[in-house]
Design a protein around this ligand. Structure first.
Ligand code: GLY
Length: 339
């Protein structure tokens, strides 16, 4: 078992364990009331029996929500809040999310607002949520007008990652998580090609979480340093939306980083050697290349991205492996660079 301590306004532990055998001990250290455990339909089938056995002795209630992004809605948020109120949850009680980013973001937001904040525990079960969304306190639901428009910064009291959950993932979900893992390899040289070749392990997940921790501790409320975590995301989000969310988030991040490599080489005046070096890191994990799309369509999406204004867009560029820089690039320059 490994532990990473996150020193934000509320400090907490991220436990990375091979299974759930230390869950009870860790939960005991942060909750002495009752617990509402929230699953999606898949994670309920996969993990509910184990979680119930581990937390025998606690008064548990279970909620099982539909799989998919539509669950991150005000409707599901209201239902959970009402259930907490009906079951007389108080601030000494807890809501625990068992699932990927959708369940985690929703439960985190519920926890942040119910009674102005109750204890929140996250048990992320996808690679993507282990290395990204479960750490750092971003919680949100979507509005019809856009993703994550209603949210709060609210740190959990505990994050418990069980590596055993990674064995349940489909190839698509592994590829999705690996997009974010490879992003960390560009942000910080502590993740090497060898780490990526070795695949998912406690070690690799610990390294990703440690890199995110260091960034979040410098900028808990996303006013500067944290923007670096968006490497590959501006183009990636454009691709996700242009393809109608047919491709996973992480796969679009992979393809977004591919474009950022071209842009970085042009911006810093790098030649073929640097480009080859960057591309060889990107390609350690054999991700799917999604079909090319016209630059004008990508630009249409980037223009309405929240990181863009009339002066341009903040893009995270790769100076060298392990060092990125946030650069404001005018939209006209970006359009030329992307062509
Ligand atoms: N997922 C980016 C962040 O947590 O800031």
């Amino acid at each position: 078992m490994k532990t990473v301590k996150i020193n934000t306004g509320r400090s907490y532990e991220v436990v990375i364990d091979s299974d759930y055998s230390h869950l009870l001990e860790k939960v005991k250290s942060v909750v002495n009331g009752k617990i509402m455990v929230v699953y999606d339909e898949n994670t309920h089938i996969l993990f509910a029996d184990t979680i119930k056995k581990c937390l025998a002795g606690y008064k548990l209630t279970e909620e099982v929500l539909p799989v998919g992004e539509n669950t991150k809605s005000i409707a599901e948020y209201s239902k959970l809040i009402e259930k907490l109120a009906k079951k007389k949850f108080t601030r000494k009680d807890c809501i625990m999310a068992v699932g990927g980013g959708v369940i985690g973001d929703l439960c985190g937001f519920v926890a942040s607002t119910y009674m102005r904040g109750i204890t929140y525990i996250s048990c992320p079960t996808t690679l993507l949520s282990c290395v990204d969304s479960s750490v750092g306190g971003k919680t949100a639901v979507n509005l019809p007008e856009g993703k994550n428009l209603l949210g709060a910064f609210y740190q959990p009291s505990l994050v418990y990652v069980s590596i055993s959950a990674m064995d349940t993932l489909l190839q698509r979900d592994i590829e999705c998580g690996m997009g974010e893992v490879v992003k960390y390899a560009f942000l910080d040289g502590r993740i090497t090609k060898k780490d990526l070749q070795n695949g998912i392990s406690e070690d690799l997940i610990e390294k990703c979480i440690t890199i995110k921790k260091e960034i979040v501790e410098k900028d808990e409320f996303d006013r500067g340093e944290r923007a670096k975590l968006n490497l590959g995301h501006t183009v990636g989000h454009a691709l996700e939306s242009l393809y109608g969310y047919e491709y996973s988030h992480g796969l679009c991040v992979f393809n977004g980083i591919k474009k950022i490599i071209d842009l970085s080489c042009e911006y810093y005046g790098y030649g073929e050697d640097e480009k080859r070096e960057f591309e060889s890191l990107l390609k350690v994990y054999p991700y799917t290349e999604i079909p090319e799309i016209e630059t004008s369509k990508i630009m249409e999406k980037i223009r309405i991205d929240k990181k863009a204004d009339e002066d341009g867009v903040n893009l995270v560029l790769i100076k060298q492996i392990g060092e990125v820089e946030v650069c404001k690039i005018s939209l006209s320059k970006l359009e030329k660079m992307l062509k």
